[in-house]
Design a protein around this ligand. Structure first.
Ligand code: ZN
Length: 72
């Protein structure tokens, strides 16, 4: 049996928190806002940027946006 690293708890907290991402904040001339649970925001924002702007952000890249936004 192994113990979970401390990071596990903060990551879980991160994933259940509500957040939002505005397209405009990332340099697009666009009013799209993805909001809701983190996982949903990542999914919605990825779909939007790919379909509307032709940019395929990785899930990791968007997580970095969110982390920076929250000042973590
Ligand atoms: Zn957009």
């Amino acid at each position: 049996m192994s113990t979970l690293p401390v990071d596990f708890y903060s990551e879980s907290f991160f994933f259940i928190s509500m957040t939002e991402l505005k397209c405009r904040d990332y340099g697009f001339e666009c009013d799209f806002v993805a909001s809701g649970e983190t996982e949903q925001v990542i999914e919605n924002f990825r779909n939007h940027t790919e379909e509307e702007h032709g940019i395929d952000y990785s899930k990791e890249a968007i997580m970095q946006f969110l982390l920076r936004k929250q000042g973590l």
